[in-house]
Design a protein around this ligand. Structure first.
Ligand SMILES: NC(=O)c1ccc[n+]([C@@H]2O[C@H](COP(=O)([O-])OP(=O)(O)OC[C@H]3O[C@@H](n4cnc5c(N)ncnc54)[C@H](OP(=O)(O)O)[C@@H]3O)[C@@H](O)[C@H]2O)c1
Length: 296
């Protein structure tokens, strides 16, 4: 099997490529010069050139705040490029494995979201992700859409790094007690993705939409407390106080209050088990603290 990975520099794409290499699966990841998703004409050329059996799209316009100010760029990368990708995959008999997000939901449900729950995105970013999913379902028969919860790693911006950076720099850090998610290490998401890809390579005909998230949900404020406990073992933190600020008090676009996802369907279909996040957080926070070598 030959895999094309779009978004190799992303948190998840980077780990997917690493695991594909470990497993001896052949892959290619175009850089931005070869494939810029805001230039849809490059998509067909890239697929023609590499003739993959399966495409993993880990690239996305991912900034919810900026998306409100530049919706056309967000929709062009997240929806229009994905529609073109889906068309090309369908035409060439390629499997499309698309990553998506809890942001397709409005976050008002009290339990983890499953795949049958009605979508209702708020904001430009969530709408662009949902419309991308719809384009794929209409255009490409052999597809997998995998929605993920909060992705964390020591690389690139994410909720863990944002909180850690504020704790290193500030005495008071604002956190949200009513925003829930399942922190999902990028390498754990990649483990699931590659396991699913291997089963598709063995002929599993299980197209459709799936969720993956780690086993334990946590509020942003409780997650911040875990991070303080871990990070203070490695660095002197400036933070003295967490200030609770409900989602409603946030200015501008608000994240879904509930970003937790149920992994039951992916377990029942692919036999892949969700893991807890706590031990991975200890490792990631150590890496983040090691990167920040200058005193806070
Ligand atoms: N981060 C989260 O908390 C989260 C939560 C749920 C779901 N997800 C989804 O999971 C997937 C992976 O997320 P992530 O956090 O690993 O991603 P990420 O670190 O934010 O990386 C985004 C990727 O998209 C690429 N990209 C952006 N614009 C592009 C363009 N015009 N052409 C080609 N590539 C472009 C970036 O390339 P450059 O490095 O060149 O900019 C980068 O590789 C995405 O679909 C994301 O929406 C993420």
């Amino acid at each position: 099997m030959k895999v094309l990975v779009i978004g190799q520099t992303s948190q998840v794409g980077y780990e997917v490529c690493r695991i594909l290499s470990d497993k001896g699966i052949s892959w290619h990841a175009p850089d931005r010069a070869e494939l810029d998703l805001s230039r849809p004409n490059q998509i067909r050329a890239c697929l023609d050139r590499h003739q993959p059996d399966l495409v993993i799209n880990a690239a996305a316009y991912n900034n919810p705040v900026k998306a409100e100010n530049e919706p056309s760029r967000c929709f062009s990368i997240n929806r229009d490029a994905v529609a073109e990708l889906a068309d090309c995959c369908q035409r060439q008999g390629i499997i499309l494995f698309q990553l998506s997000s809890y942001r397709v939901f409005d976050g008002t449900k009290q339990e983890p979201y499953n795949e049958k729950d009605p979508t209702n995105p708020t904001g430009v970013l969530g709408n662009s992700r949902l419309q991308a999913e719809q384009q794929i379902r209409e255009r490409c028969e052999r597809h997998i859409i995998l929605r993920l919860s909060w992705i964390i790693s020591a690389r690139r911006p994410n909720i863990l790094r944002r909180l850690a950076e504020r704790m290193l720099a500030n005495k008071e850090v604002y956190v949200t007690p009513d925003q829930l998610g399942c922190p999902t290490p990028a390498d754990d998401a990649a483990r699931i993705i590659v396991a699913m890809v291997q089963q598709l390579d063995c002929g599993a005909q299980v197209w459709g939409t799936y969720h993956y998230a780690t086993t334990e949900s946590v509020s942003e404020s409780n997650f911040a407390e875990v991070l303080i406990a871990e990070a203070s073992q490695h660095r002197d933190l400036n933070v003295r106080k967490l200030i609770m600020a409900n989602i409603e008090s946030r200015e501008g676009i608000k994240p879904p209050a509930n970003g937790t996802l149920s992994s039951n369907k992916v377990l029942n279909t692919f036999g892949v088990h969700a893991r807890p996040w706590r031990s991975a957080v200890a490792r990631i926070i150590r890496e983040v603290c090691d990167q920040k070598s200058s005193p806070p």
